[in-house]
Design a protein. Structure first.
Lengths: 328, 338
């Protein structure tokens, strides 16, 4: 049975999250959604199921200090999946100040949640006028952008073209992968926010390869930023595994997300890797095509990242000579 | 050559319904109920030769079901209702919590019933006021002590033992970091055990609060059953059904479990044991059901794989029947006496 896609909706108070949620609930989209909200408030509900959440963030008792999960989500999603009526998607609203990590980590940690649902996208709604100030004064705002697969740049009419371009550059400096959609009153096509397959990194990376190589000039020295690493020769699987495990163990607190598509020596299929803090998973996906360049690409998004050290560690995983593939 | 019909088909009864079987439960008079993912309940009175009768109970799903004191059942649903179901199918609302989920229910033969919604525990008994207790986090599970005087409540950070009769009595905290998802009290009243998010069972010996940890599970322990006169606790969550020995003062501390039902390919998802004998029903995620004698090591397959993962299982108090159901709406009843 196909897993039910889950969209996580984040964003500061007043950015327009509730507007988007109301559109999802009221529009005639022919889909059936289960929506997990913090407060019932003034939400219109017809065909959809709305469940109140308690936003209970728990530490896992597994010795990993940044491994926090949302206990209430585990309970609610397990309950929803037992119902006879199937949902086309589950949408989770988080409070304005919430760190998206525990929500995302819940989808890595819990077997029941993982077997029935999959994280489809983190959608962050930001207020175009106020985002610069938020990024300056609150670490949560940067985290929400860092986690976003989609940033809805709402209230775009309130800024001019220059401001808008600066904003997009700033967002890209934090998170080069994210898709930015400008909007007023969150008037985006819903299919651009729900059911994207955005955690299907493959697509994102192949759609927007320039973000991985392009050097972004930006005027702000962001606390949260990204580092892209590439290799044109295959990686040694054992060496990469050892290195990435050590990186996440030691610096996982500061690494918000890591995503990559890798060419591992001796494997005909792409290896897709992603992590949230210290939790990681990797899977082999479709085979490399004969006519495409087998390049490995890995991106870290986080705080206080040591680019040189990461680059050196990554480079050490690359096979020494271009002929190694044939020898393997 | 045609295969002989499975033993369940030859000797027992089986039904196919349209929704996930969430729980199976016998009451003290051996009446049987199955709670389904469409909010219905199928009830089979003891000794009935007919198919179980369908009763519409909840608008969403029944999140938890237990035997009612005496006869019948109690059920909590995501429609916010805590309902008592009589064997003749009549419903009686014990309480309603609009907009909430009634996550857990429990009862004791002395007449007290309990449910939890979110962080709150509610206790009801004939002739007494309702008792409400609030915990710092969502209640993961509830269980009465064997004498019915106390109730154990699992939550984040441990288990709390509360009086089931007085709102004023000071609760006893049993602490252990992590998320506690269900709780059970040993029939000899000496141990309280909780199943944790971290794929283990944490236990406390009440006389001295000595801790025990039972680990090595592949997943969370979602099904457990005291059997053979309370001498063993059988558990799901592994590729066998670990049965922890609770004879004697030390319980399972320093001892290894019996491990019936070893499978190379499937995971044990449900267990239910004979109340009086060392015989255990074991259900797997591939749909197979076996009955194992943990002393002789003999195992019999009563249902082959298929029809969904086993999600519910119960052994009747008189020892005569093993009931089970799957996440695809299949349900079976097998005679196990003798």
């Amino acid at each position: 049975m196909a897993k039910v896609p889950v969209t996580v909706l984040t964003g500061y108070l007043g950015a327009g999250k509730t507007t988007l949620l109301n559109r999802i609930l009221s529009e005639d989209h022919g889909k059936r959604y289960a929506v997990i909200v913090n407060e019932f408030g003034e939400l219109g509900i017809d065909n959809d199921l709305v469940v109140g959440a308690d936003e209970e963030v728990f530490e896992m008792n597994n010795g990993c200090i940044c491994c926090t999960v949302r206990g209430d989500l585990i309970r609610i999603i397990s309950g929803l999946m037992k119902r006879i009526d199937r949902f086309d998607a589950v949408i989770i609203e988080t409070t304005g100040l919430a760190d998206p990590a525990p929500v995302a980590q819940t989808f890595f940690v819990d077997d029941d949640v993982r077997s029935k649902t999959e994280l489809d996208a983190v959608v962050t709604v930001v207020d175009a006028k106020h985002l610069p100030a938020r990024l300056d004064d609150s670490p949560e705002a940067a985290e929400q952008v860092a986690f976003a697969d989609v940033v809805v740049l709402n209230k775009i009419d309130l800024v001019d073209d220059n401001e808008r371009q600066a904003l997009e550059r700033r967002i890209r400096a934090i998170n080069p992968y994210t898709r930015i959609i400008a909007a007023n009153h969150c008037d985006i096509p819903l299919e651009q926010a729900i059911g994207l397959g955005a955690f299907d990194l493959e697509r994102i990376i192949s759609l927007e390869p320039e973000f991985l190589s392009e050097e972004h000039a930006h005027e702000h020295d962001e606390q949260v930023k990204s580092i892209s690493l590439t290799a044109t020769r295959p990686l040694l699987p054992e060496r990469f595994e050892k290195w990435i495990a050590a990186v996440l163990r030691i610096d996982g607190v500061n690494i918000l997300r890591c995503k990559g598509i890798l060419d591992l020596l001796g494997q005909e299929r792409r290896y897709v890797f992603q992590s949230v803090h210290m939790l990681a998973n990797g899977t082999a996906t479709q085979p490399w095509q004969s006519d495409e360049a087998r390049h490995s690409r890995l991106v870290f998004i986080g705080r206080d990242l040591d680019a040189d050290k990461l680059q050196a560690g990554f480079d050490a995983c690359v096979v020494a000579s271009p002929t190694s593939r044939e020898q393997a | 050559m045609s295969q002989p019909a499975p033993i369940l088909e030859q000797l027992g009864h089986q039904w196919q319904w349209s929704a996930y079987v969430l729980s199976a439960c016998f009451d003290a008079a051996n009446n049987l109920a199955f709670a389904l993912g469409d909010g219905s309940l199928y009830l089979l009175p003891a000794g009935s030769q007919q198919a179980p009768g369908r009763i519409e109970v909840h608008e969403g799903v029944s999140l938890s079901m237990a035997a009612a004191p005496g006869e019948g059942f109690v059920s909590g649903g995501d429609d916010g209702r805590f309902v008592r179901i009589a064997v003749d199918g009549t419903l009686h609302d014990l309480a309603t919590f609009p907009g909430r989920w009634v996550d857990h229910v429990a009862s004791h033969p002395n007449g007290v019933v309990a449910c939890s919604e979110g962080k709150r525990l509610h206790l009801y008994a004939e002739g007494r006021d309702e008792i409400v207790r609030e915990f710092p986090s969502t209640v993961g599970g509830i269980c009465f002590s064997p004498d019915g005087y106390r109730i154990a409540v699992a939550h984040y950070g441990g288990v709390t033992l509360c009086s089931a009769r007085s709102a004023d009595a000071t609760p006893v905290p049993l602490t252990c970091p992590g998320s506690h998802l269900s709780v059970t009290w040993s029939p000899n009243a000496r141990f309280v055990l909780s199943a944790m998010q971290e794929d283990c069972i944490h236990g406390w010996r009440l006389e001295d609060k000595d801790d025990l940890v039972m680990s090595g599970y592949a997943t969370k322990v979602k099904s457990w059953s005291w059997f053979n006169g309370g001498r063993y606790l059988a558990t799901s969550g592994s590729n066998c059904a670990p049965c922890w020995p609770f004879k004697g003062r030390k319980g399972p501390k320093g001892r290894t479990p019996e491990t019936p039902g070893d499978s190379s390919s499937a995971l044990v998802t449900a267990v239910a044991g004979d109340p009086a004998h060392p015989i255990l029903g074991i259900g797997y995620d591939d749909g197979q059901v076996t009955v194992a004698d943990i002393q002789s090591g003999q195992e019999v397959i009563i249902k082959p794989p298929g029809d969904g993962a086993i999600t519910a299982m119960a052994w009747s108090p008189n020892g005569a029947w093993l009931a089970f159901g799957t996440d695809k709406g299949f349900a079976g009843l097998f005679p196990v006496s003798g």
